[in-house]
Design a protein around this ligand. Structure first.
Ligand code: XMP
Length: 539
């Protein structure tokens, strides 16, 4: 991506590295994360206006402590070290780092000793008054006076501390435990923070990052979705030329936004393929087709392969086998359809930034617990080249992009839906009758959640069909029917989740409606497990 005002983040493995990138991008300045050991050639090619060294789990004195190429300090551009990044700067530039006698985790009061550039205009709700030794709440901008010090709340997470700062540096802030909690070499524009400005618990974190990005690196806020659309569509046109592109549409946000963006760039050279695998939600295929065809006049081929999929799934109860069958069959159907289109050279995918960051620290545990369905196998078989226009975006940025292109909220704001669809929510064997039961119950869950105004605050809500039957009584007759479990969770990224506290009244309506309207169900239960130790999906 060719934006001139860029910040490079070198990743040393902190769980917060992605957050740094997001915070910088929120200021409309493009930032990218590269591994800490990336070559100088790559850094020069990226041509950043400033570098941020992330935190990380290592100690700079570990035998295999990760280090960047020391040439970064000769590039003549500003550098900001955060936590491990700070200790690393201290060590590499001639200072001394030692184990802290007291580890510092969580909230800490930062006392600012120099608020002239990096810590400029850092406002705080708390002012420490030296003369009285007590704290006083105030809401306006803070000015240092002879008897008071600026103080703000920061988030610490470190076991090492700076014992001797390198030549050229001066301390610009301290805490009770860290005499050098921030330091600066203003001449060379090198800055370092012991705390994490990227996390929300650091009161003035965004202000500090803004000071670095705008005040010190002199970036301008040119990274906007509008400019992203212009640049990316131009790039797609140049890359694809007159060739054709196919794109698998799943009904999810990412593939839909990628397709709309590519369609904007090359129009009818793009064909989208939507496969009905027989385990979609009620009305899903029609909804996706209507939206993309009517709103965006896209070439879209809808293939009803439901019978084929259900046949393959027949008698299978193991969740991982279900996933594999659906993944493989999807590839077959997709290839058959794609081969009917002449001159296809590219496959478009809605791959997002978190999937492509080259560091191990971002691979979440769920990847190892469940094999998630993807279309990667297509490339090998079809000899297609990839178009992945969302490779540099985070999920929330994809939503902003979709809205900017006029996509309806119905697609942009929808809950994630797994590739293997209802098959992993029909516990045990999948049949078309069981899929019908679940589809109907699932539609009621979503309808009522939407009616109650809860849809947007919930990460995912759905129904699960259990492999047991229980006794009930309807009218005067004994019934022996299926059980539906309702699952609704709140989450920010799907990696951890908590069950949603849906009001009893809403749960009551959902239960009544399912039992009354869905033939074959006589009991509804609500899942109150968090992730971990459970997972979001039941299989
Ligand atoms: P779990 O069940 O692992 O789910 O807590 C986390 C998120 O991933 C989705 N999920 C899948 N998505 N293929 C997908 O495309 C899959 O096989 C799959 N399994 C789980 C799940 O819906 C949730 O959003």
């Amino acid at each position: 991506m060719d934006f001139k005002e860029k910040i490079l983040i070198l990743d040393f493995g902190s769980q917060y590295t992605q957050l740094i990138a997001r915070r910088v991008r929120e200021q409309n300045v493009y930032s990218e994360i590269l591994p800490c050991n990336v070559s100088m050639d790559r850094i020069k090619e990226f041509s950043p206006k400033g570098i941020i060294l992330s935190g990380g789990p290592s100690s700079v004195y570990d035998k295999d402590a990760p280090l960047p190429d020391k040439e970064i300090f000769n590039l003549g551009i500003p550098i900001l070290g955060i936590c491990y990044g700070m200790q690393l700067m201290a060590r590499m530039l001639g200072g001394k780092v030692a184990k802290s006698s007291k580890r510092e985790y969580g909230r800490a009061a930062l006392i600012i000793d120099d608020d002239s550039d990096l810590l400029k205009a850092v406002r705080s709700g708390v002012r420490r008054q030296k003369s009285e030794g007590k704290e006083n709440r105030t809401s306006h901008a803070q000015r240092k006076t002879h008897n008071s010090k600026l103080q703000t709340v920061v988030w610490m997470s470190h076991g090492d501390k700076i014992e001797k700062y390198p030549k050229g540096f001066t301390p610009i802030a301290h805490t009770d435990n860290s005499p050098v909690a921030a330091m600066a070499d203003k001449g060379r524009k090198f800055y370092a923070l012991q705390f994490h400005p990227e996390v929300v618990h650091t009161e003035n974190g965004t202000r500090i990052l803004k000071n670095f990005v705008f005040g010190i690196c002199k970036c301008r806020p040119t990274w906007t979705m509008h400019s992203f659309i212009e640049t990316t569509t131009k790039e797609i046109r140049e890359k694809v030329g007159r060739d054709r592109v196919v794109c698998a549409i799943s009904g999810g946000v990412d593939s839909a936004v990628a397709a709309v963006l590519i369609n904007k760039a090359i129009g009818k050279q793009l064909t989208c393929i939507f496969v009905d695998n027989g385990v979609l939600r009620k009305g899903e295929a029609k909804k996706v087709e209507d939206t993309l065809k009517k709103h965006f006049h896209m070439n879209i081929v809808c293939v009803d392969a439901s019978e084929r999929f259900l046949k393959k799934l027949s008698g299978v109860s193991d969740p991982e086998r279900k996933r594999k069958i659906i993944g493989n069959e999807f590839i077959r159907v997709f290839e058959e359809e794609a081969k009917k289109i002449k001159g296809v050279k590219y496959l478009a995918q809605g791959t997002l930034y978190p999937d492509v960051i080259e560091s191990v620290s971002f691979k979440g545990p769920s990847a190892m617990i469940k094999s998630h369905h993807n279309v990667g196998g297509l490339l090998k078989n079809m000899k297609l080249k990839l178009v992945e226009p969302l490779r540099e975006l985070f999920k929330d940025e994809v939503r902003v992009l979709g809205r900017e292109m006029g996509m309806p909220e119905e697609i942009i704001g929808r809950h994630p839906f797994p590739g293997p669809g209802l098959a992993i929510r029909i516990i045990d064997k999948v049949t078309s009758r069981r899929a019908d039961i679940l589809r109907k119950a699932d539609a009621i869950v979503l309808e009522e959640i939407k009616k109650a105004g809860l849809y947007n605050e919930i990460w995912q809500a759905f129904a699960v069909l259990l492999p047991i039957k229980t006794v009930g009584v309807m009218g005067d007759e004994r019934t022996y029917e299926n059980v539906i479990a309702v699952r609704a969770v709140k989450s920010v990224d799907g990696m951890t989740a908590d069950w949603a506290n849906i009001p009893y009244e809403v749960l009551g309506i959902i239960s009544n409606r399912i039992i009354n309207e869905v033939k074959g169900v006589n009991r509804v239960v609500y899942d109150i497990s968090s992730k971990p130790p459970s997972t979001i999906e039941w299989e």
